[in-house]
Design a protein around this ligand. Structure first.
Ligand SMILES: Cc1cc2nc3c(=O)[nH]c(=O)nc-3n(C[C@H](O)[C@H](O)[C@H](O)COP(=O)(O)OP(=O)(O)OC[C@H]3O[C@@H](n4cnc5c(N)ncnc54)[C@H](O)[C@@H]3O)c2cc1C
Length: 224
């Protein structure tokens, strides 16, 4: 997969060496994320809306209610910007100025269109479902005609993108290393707790293995 071209749209300017344009690295950040933020401008007003997403090859799938302003905007083909962020650690420097965070984030630019074909729509539902919980599509009831009709699914081309990553220890000014101030990284880890079964669960239904063993993406490296 060729990297994304560096253009005035996607080039990382501040601490440029943290920028990455490799598709695999960018797609890993997108795929590990459960949540994205979709930015768009409507009537000269910027909006940034939280959404769940899935990547399908070089596109992002989004879905929601037919009445959703975001989805109406996307399917009309206007430009959108989608971001995914993972927080890995709080970086406590000796000086306030050098406090930072360890993170992986991706910013994607593209244009959308509606998915109209019924088979493609059903496939998009499957990809979105399995993005959140691999294995769920096989078990849960699939959308019926009424539910399909009530849902808009869109595909956003990933025309341009960049990733930015900070990892590693504190970077203080040389003269500050002697200060009697605690410095280091407080790692952040995403963790799923024990499943809580629904009060109306049909009898005899056990927690599936794919939920019992659910985890997502890379474990955060300590200090990374
Ligand atoms: C984790 C997460 C995942 C989500 N996944 C999806 C998804 O997959 N598909 C989907 O359609 N929606 C999703 N939502 C809801 C989404 O953020 C919007 O609320 C939804 O799209 C409603 O759109 P709308 O057209 O009604 O609102 P809009 O017309 O876009 O919004 C009207 C106004 O409502 C307020 N508003 C809208 N959404 C929010 C919000 N989330 N928080 C605070 N204020 C808000 C804003 O002021 C906005 O200007 C998700 C939200 C979260 C937090």
């Amino acid at each position: 997969m060729p990297p994304f071209s560096k253009t005035p749209l996607n080039i990382v300017r501040r601490v440029a060496e943290r920028g990455e344009y490799d598709r695999k690295a960018i797609y890993e950040i997108v795929d590990d994320a459960l949540l994205c933020h979709v930015g768009f401008v409507a009537d000269a007003q910027p909006f940034v809306i939280s959404s769940f997403h899935s990547r399908s090859r070089h596109t992002i799938l989004l879905h929601g209610a037919k009445a959703s302003r975001l989805l109406k905007h996307v399917k009309e083909g206007h430009p959108v910007c989608i971001t995914c962020t993972h927080l890995n650690g709080l970086v406590m420097a000796r000086s306030v100025f050098h406090h930072s965070m360890n993170y992986r984030s991706a910013v994607l630019f593209g244009h959308g269109h509606a998915i109209e074909d019924e088979d493609e729509k059903m496939h998009a539902f499957q990809v979105l479902t399995d993005h959140i919980m691999p294995g769920r599509w096989k078990e849960a009831r699939h959308p019926n005609a009424k539910e399909m009709n009530a849902t808009t699914l869109v595909r956003v081309s990933i025309d341009s993108a960049s990733a930015k990553t900070r990892s590693g220890p504190v970077g203080d000014d040389e003269e500050d290393y002697m200060l009697p101030v605690w410095a280091g990284v407080l790692p952040v880890e995403r963790r799923f707790l024990d499943p809580q079964e629904d009060a109306r669960l049909a009898s005899g239904v056990d927690v599936p293995e794919y939920i019992r063993s659910y985890h997502r993406g890379k474990r955060n490296e300590v200090g990374a």
